[in-house]
Ligand binder design. Sequence first.
Ligand SMILES: Nc1ncnc2c1ncn2[C@@H]1O[C@H](COP(=O)(O)OP(=O)(O)OP(=O)(O)O)[C@@H](O)[C@H]1O
Ligand SMILES: [Mg+2]
Length: 372
Amino acid sequence: MIIKTLNIQNFRNYTSLNLELNDKINIIYGENGQGKTNLLESIYLLGFTTSHRTFTSDNLIKSGEEKAIVKGKLIKDMPYNLEIDLTKTKKQIKIDDKIITKTTDYIEKMNVIIFSSEDLDLIKGSPIERRKYFNLELSQLSINYYSALNDFNKLLKIRNEYLKELNQNIQIDLNYFHILTDYLVNKSIFIYQMRNKFVEKLNNICPPIYEEITGLKGFNIKYIPSIELENFDKETIKKTLEDAYNNHLEKEIRLKSTLYGPHRDDFTFNLEHNNLREFGSQGQQKMAVIALKLSEIEIFKDFKKTSPIILLDDVFSDLDNIKKNNLLKHIDKDMQVIITTTDLDSIDKKLLTKAKLIHIDNGQIKKIEVEK
Ligand SMILES: Nc1ncnc2c1ncn2[C@@H]1O[C@H](COP(=O)(O)OP(=O)(O)OP(=O)(O)O)[C@@H](O)[C@H]1O
Ligand SMILES: [Mg+2]
């Protein structure tokens, strides 16, 4: 999959930008605060319909403006155009100028994998970050997961409202509450199974990559559901979750919140039995995230029969040469890669000669060079 052209208007610090991208390697360079990450963010937005940095559209629209537009021409088998229009209150998504009302019809069209310094939060941060990561990746891989998760979140919100009302002794339709709980259990089963399958797949692919880039053996990822599951069979999940809800209803009412389910799951990244979160060095954590993302590329190619677009936000500056080369080895010759850096010297010379170099200065293209 390739993004051929990118047009952005009133997005972050860009008033207007029209950029033609190289099919293979693109390097966006410039000083701090000039708009390199913003440019990658616009491509990410085009793929996911949300930003990787913020939840609100407000920050994405250029200060003082009303509307931001991001457009991209993509080539998979056939070319097609994606567009996202943002106002402070509304988001409109389009494929080939036609408005799309269901995000599920859009989200699979463009696959993007981003590597950025914020990714370190994945290991160091709270379980929320890890769930967000796994949800995003699984949603890109499976539209059914995306739909199940959306349904689950809607049901969860209503169930929590009911728990609040029960807490205040408001009379509610208990039958309906139990039906709602049943629906929630049913949606959860698929989410648990998909998360488990994805982690299993990662555990096949990730450890050798981690070993190759760090020399360390024993890397593994563990899925830690909020309920103790003996296995991931449908019946086991159903029964365990139902028991948890039945046995702890009083507590849930007291705390006004649904305490069990996929929205409370966690994942750990480990070397043998040691959680890298507490035990790993900064570098080991960073390489774990890189190994994870590289594994994703493999999984994408396998599932989707096409390579995702790779965005590397300033990841080269603090890696040593061996790690840099190892990283590059895994990025397929045939993939489109968009790299940002403040320092062209930190980029491998061979890579530079193959790349399109785009100099960004204060939200504008200052210079473009295509090396031969
Ligand atoms: N909504 C907005 N309107 C106008 N400018 C914005 C908006 N949001 C962010 N900016 C500006 O964008 C700039 C940051 O851009 P960006 O994060 O892309 O920088 P960068 O080139 O990646 O820098 P670094 O090398 O430090 O990572 C800041 O100057 C910030 O003020
Ligand atoms: Mg940046």
